[in-house]
Design a protein around this ligand. Sequence first.
Ligand code: 5GP
Ligand code: MG
Ligand code: MG
Length: 179
Amino acid sequence: MNQDIKEILLTEEQIAEKVKELGAVLSDEYRGKNPLVICVLKGAVVFMADLLRHMDIPCEMDFMAVSSYGSGTESSGMVKILKDLDTSAEDRHVLVVEDIMDSGLTLSRLMELLRHRRAASVKVVTLLNKPERRKVDISPDYSGFTIPDEFVVGYGLDYAEKYRNLPFIGVLKPEVYSS
Ligand code: 5GP
Ligand code: MG
Ligand code: MG
């Protein structure tokens, strides 16, 4: 697995430090608001699990699955709900947790939907942000790292469902795509 990685972009330690920082900021932001923290499956699972343990306030978690990418590396521009929330978002302070904002299509659709459901507020935290690739006018309310336009894997992010369990974020060797 590690032999497929060309370069480590963010180490386990760098990620841990940043997630702790974000947890503190979000705890202050949402204190007394009992936020509904939504994990966007599957890429945000690892980030969500670590982030929540640094949020020392009452909050609830829920999960959504949307599809936009299939197994490739380019957004199709279509967002389909594969798994919806169990909880109603109405009147809730919603915090969407995502692995990465790339084109921004997924999150702009998702936030539109949650606002339509009359959430009291909708914000998004992404671990990674790739602003160079944006196709819609959106940016994360909170983000861990801004990264260059490279396809990354690890810490929840996959290529064809693999590499999610790597503890760091890395760039794949080009031959992995073509093999
Ligand atoms: P969007 O283009 O809609 O902003 O991003 C949609 C989804 O594409 C992200 O949530 C993520 O799952 C996936 N994605 C975007 N960029 C990357 C990347 O560099 N690596 C991986 N593994 N997935 C990505
Ligand atoms: Mg995602
Ligand atoms: Mg993926």
